[in-house]
Design a protein around this ligand. Structure first.
Ligand code: FES
Length: 295
């Protein structure tokens, strides 16, 4: 697949000068990275401690399951800053790729980000092709190599015009993150109690068909289901890397926002969709008088 060396005068020229194969690759990568930034920016829990999907919970998972766990361990206390950096980086790389701003640096940035994500969350997924980060790392690497072409060195020096465009890109990335925050989805944070004793919640406060999240005495999240036949509960800590799962009434599953694992609460917490293969542990609960209690 030949790549024509170009000196694009504008965005349109940059697209015109590329082959269809590279255009498709470039568009896919750019849109995916912008969407990833938008998805995080509009997630009400991503930057908020205690919410489902909080970046800090993901870092805790990475710090115990990644081959570079030491790195993620040191980032946990800066979780919110890390989350903001991820959002702005994804917007910046996506917009730069789309609009041909420092394209070689953007492609290399996309490659590096995919490698870090792979080491963070999908390194142990087996077979390897079920993890998307390796595929994205390869796609970015291919795109980067087509841009570099046969050059022996990669010139990333910027002239004045280039510096202005990169400055505008930074502003656009930050503005996109702020706009995303303005469009944040409504948090569906459940009513949560801490169970220091065996009493969890009054029976009258959880109707048949409802769920209730609570914290076990060790601080770990759990979730109760009340059905016509009684109550049952599971640990809400994902068996993949420890993020908190939440109940989705639309498809009647417990969903992990970190890497998309799904569990069936009506089949012993079994796995519907990986990457994990382990069911959610059950938490023994019972009805005692007017209360749901730990059994
Ligand atoms: S932590 Fe990875 S799927 Fe839940």
């Amino acid at each position: 697949m030949a790549y024509r060396r170009i000196t694009p005068k504008g965005i349109a020229d940059s697209w015109r000068a590329q082959s269809w194969a590279i255009r498709v690759l470039r568009a896919w990568l750019a849109i995916t990275w912008i969407y990833a930034g938008w998805d995080k920016a509009t997630d009400p829990g991503f930057l908020t401690k205690g919410e489902t999907g909080f970046i800090g919970d993901q870092l805790i998972g990475y710090s115990t399951n990644s081959p570079i766990s030491w790195l993620f361990n040191s980032l946990i206390e800066h979780a919110t800053a890390v989350g903001m950096f991820v959002i702005f980086s994804e917007f910046a790389i996506g917009i730069a790729t789309l609009l041909w701003i420092a394209p070689t640096s953007a492609a290399f940035g996309g490659f590096l980000m995919s490698i870090v994500l792979w080491l963070a969350s999908t390194f142990y997924i087996s077979p390897y092709f079920l993890g998307s980060d390796t595929a994205y790392a390869v796609l970015w690497l291919v795109y980067f190599l087509t841009l570099v072409g046969n050059r022996r060195t990669v010139d990333i020096a910027l002239d004045r015009r280039g510096a202005i465009r990169v400055g505008l890109l930074s502003v656009a990335a930050i503005a996109s993150g702020l706009v995303g925050k303005a469009f944040a989805k409504v948090s569906e944070k459940p009513n949560t109690t801490v169970s220091g004793t065996s009493q969890i919640i009054e029976l009258s406060k959880i109707n048949v068909g409802e769920t209730h999240q609570f914290a076990l005495s060790n601080g770990m999240p759990a979730i109760i289901f009340r059905t016509k036949t009684g109550v049952f509960a599971y640990s809400a800590t994902c068996t993949h890397e420890g993020c908190t799962v939440a109940y989705q009434s639309s498809n009647k599953s417990l969903y992990c926002p970190c890497h998309g694992a799904e569990f069936d609460p009506f089949k012993n917490g079994g796995v519907i969709t990986g990457p994990t293969r382990d069911a959610l542990p059950t938490v023994k609960v019972a009805i005692s008088g007017d209360w749901v209690v730990l059994a």
